[in-house]
Design a protein. Sequence first.
Length: 92
Amino acid sequence: SGVSWGLAIQDDITLSAWNGTIFGPPGTTFENRIYSVSMICGPQYPDQVPEVKFGTQINMNCVDAKGQLKPTWGIMGSWQRQYTLENILEQL
């Protein structure tokens, strides 16, 4: 798939701060582009949706002017415990 993710801080024993990368899908307006996101999993994760913010400027309806993924968008708005960070990245 066109996504990858890993801990933002290598010795983060709480597993709360993550970086993600999305590679623009071929045949779309995002082709040949690489997008970076930060994902913060609070103490209630996985029961509560993580915060997701683009570090790369992007023009998408599901992203606000500050780069924050809107909490009502798709998978975020219908969050379930079994969803993962990978699911979020793939949906984007």
